[in-house]
Structures are given as C-alpha cells and as structure tokens.
Ligand binder design. Structure first.
Ligand SMILES: *Cc1c(COP(=O)(O)O)cnc(C)c1O
Length: 380
C-alpha cells in the first residue's frame, strides 16, 4: 500500500521553504569569515532577548552547557540539593551530579507531565538550594506555586526551557511571561529538532538579574572578564557565528512554526479525543502549549502499538524510555528518595507521535486512520 512518507521530524522540507533567506545568511557569515564571536552572535542574542522580553541573554554551546553554567553561577556547595524531575532528558540531572550536587527527584503531575507542585515541599530539606522545573513537551510547568515555594524557602529557580521556547505562562493576576523568564535563570537548547533549532549545536542562558548575567557570561568564557585573565574557573561554551545567523533566520519563523505544531496537535486532539484507550495531552489553563512533542498515553499495549505503527511507516518515539532515577548512572543517587509512580507510568505507557512543522493533511489523515485501526485490533 502506498502512503505518505512520514518522519518524526522533517528538517529538509523546513529548510526548503526558507532556502533563499537561509543560504544568504550562511553565505554572509562565510564571506565575512568571523566564525567565532562574529556580529551575528550578538545580533541573535539581542533578537531572542527581545522576543523573550528578558534583559540578559548569553548564547552558549548547547542546552546541557546552559544548565551547567546556570548552576555554576549560583555558587552552590558540594552536597547541596537540587530538586528536579526524573522524566526529562538526562542532561537535567547530569549537570547537578557533575557539579557534586545532589539531585532530588519529585514526581510529575500525571496530566501535564511537568513537576507535581503539590509534592515539592516534601522534598525540600535544609540543604536544598535550587529547583529545576522542566517545561516538558512544550508546556510550562506551573511556575507560580514553584516561585512561591522558592521564595518561602530561599531557593533559586532554574528553568529548563529546552522544549518550550515561545510558550506563555499566565499568572493568576493575568500577567503573561515567556517560559524561561520567570525564575532566576532560564536555559534553552538549539539542538536541530527543538522548536527553535540550529544546524548543529547551540544553547542560551537568560536572566533579568544583572549580577547573575555577568557571572554567566564570565563562566561561559573560561572565567575571564578580561582576555587571558581568568579570575574564576570557567568553561568554554560558545554559539558560533554560523549557528547564530541560522537562528536569526529561524527566530523570525518561530511563532509560525509553533502555530503549525499547534495545528497538528489540534488535528490529533480531534481525531483521538473521544476514542477509548488513548489519552490526549492535557492543556493546562496556565500555559500555552508549543508542542515540542505530542505525547499520548495508552493504559496498556504501548510497545505493541509502537511496533505496529512502525510497520505501517509511522515513526513514534518514547520520551523517555528509562526515567533518570532508574538509569544505571543515577539509581544509586536515588536511594532513599520519594517514590515516582507517575514518572514510571509515563515511561511505560507514553508514546510521542510525529510532530513537526511540515506535516500535511494527507500525512495526518494517514497517521490518525492507522492508529485508530491499530487500537481497534487490540483486546482491552
Ligand atoms: C534537549 C534538551 C536538553 C539538552 O540540550 P542539548 O543542546 O542537547 O545539550 C536539556 N534538557 C531538555 C529537557 C532537553 O530536551
């Protein structure tokens, strides 16, 4: 049977649509040959800061570095605890552990898959210094209660915004803020498949705090304020000029790209909302959703469904198949911590469907029809 070619992410078609603009931007960088620290880097930093309505934005090498630099800037001590979630990309926990800090995991809310704000307080100890909420799949964690707890206990908040760039959080008083700009520091990744992705690796750190901003800048640049004079131990983490130029082009399209993802989500929602044995993503009232992933839950048979869809030419992914606290490198660190049943359920039962900016009607119809067929084949 012939069917449309479906990919989890389609960066080729996305490039084709902006090829002239993109080739020109890339050509300019090559012609100017200022590959590191070129004018394109500051230009992109200014544009993204303006888009996010944040005062300071420091580009860096990737999203993992962004998180590491953020934690380094907070001056935490060995053994200090950092609260986060176990249903995330490993980078979130990795940087905590690398710096000699202790990751403390709180379960996710089973509807939104972001940190369960009801359970944070029980995880706070005298050694707790920071919380890293992850805006998973493109929807904000519930920031207002997180910020209130942080204030009450004197904790820093570092937002992992790698999956939600462009999403808006709404506070109870109606104020709206971009995800990543509400805590002390926001971090993001420009990995190619992210909602704002470059053509290689890239990341950024942002803050409204001038003192923290100076530290972030210095840490990302070998601890130097003045060239060849390090007054603290830093790292080398840069966004190069080519990636910055590419990102300036793509930033102009970000709202359109996110709207296209939302239209795909809308299509899936209407196809599956009333179907038994599949749970569509919950839309929290406090956040817009920019659908980095469209992730559904099945009460059982997830692996079988994934396999059947693959046979039908429909790729799907599991984000993430092994929760961080159950991975070999981390399970020792988890000993004695609170149970994480929702996190484990998500790893067992979730499936992320194809989601990108280039899915057309024929593809979506095919995916929906086949998934409904597969569900119909099963005994529940
Ligand atoms: C992608 C991602 C990162 C890491 O970004 P890299 O640029 O790959 O280092 C961190 N956290 C989350 C939640 C991510 O999705």
């Amino acid at each position: 049977m012939s069917h449309p070619k479906i990919q989890m992410v389609d960066l080729q078609r996305q490039y084709s649509a902006i090829q002239t603009e993109m080739d020109e931007a890339i050509g300019t960088v090559i012609a100017e040959a200022h590959f590191v620290g070129g004018r394109q880097v500051q230009q992109f930093a200014d544009e993204l800061a303006q888009y996010l309505r944040v005062e300071h934005l420091i580009p860096c090498g990737n999203g993992t570095d962004a998180l590491q630099i953020a934690l380094m800037a907070l001056g935490l001590q060995r053994g200090d605890e950092v609260i986060s979630v176990s249903n995330s990309f490993v980078a979130t926990a990795e940087v905590i552990a690398l710096l000699g800090l202790r990751p403390v995991w709180v379960d996710n809310d089973p509807r939104t898959f972001t940190i369960d704000v009801q359970q944070i307080e029980a995880a706070i100890s005298p050694r707790t210094k920071a919380i890293i909420p992850v805006h998973l799949y493109g929807q904000s964690a519930d920031m207002e209660p997180i910020l209130q707890l942080a204030k009450k206990y004197g904790l820093y908040v570092v937002e992992d915004n790698a999956q939600a760039i462009g999403a808006d959080y709404r506070f109870a008083d109606g104020r709206i803020a971009k995800t990543g700009t509400m805590g002390d520091i926001g971090c993001t990744s420009f990995y190619p498949s992210k909602n704002l992705g470059c053509y290689g690796d890239g990341g950024a750190i942002f803050t409204n705090d001038t003192v923290i901003a100076a530290k972030l800048r210095q840490i990302a640049n070998h601890g130097q304020k003045i060239k060849y004079a390090s007054d603290m131990i830093g790292i080398n983490s840069r966004l190069d000029s080519l990636q910055a130029a590419i990102l300036s082009v793509k930033l102009k399209h970000l709202d359109d790209y996110n709207a296209r993802r939302q239209a795909v989500a809308q299509y899936y929602d209407s196809a599956f909302a009333t179907v038994p044995n599949i749970t569509i993503p919950y839309r929290a009232a406090y956040s817009t959703h920019v659908f980095h992933q469209y992730t559904v839950l099945f009460p059982q048979h997830r692996n079988h469904i994934k396999q059947r869809l693959a046979e039908l030419g429909i790729p799907t992914m599991i984000y993430y198949p092994i929760p961080i606290h159950q991975q070999k490198a981390y399970h020792q660190l988890y000993k004695g911590q609170m149970p994480l049943p929702n996190t484990e359920y998500l790893a067992q039962n979730s499936l992320s469907l194809p989601m990108h900016t280039e899915l057309d009607a024929a593809m979506l119809e095919y995916i929906a029809a086949q998934l409904l067929n597969v569900l119909g084949e099963l005994e529940w």
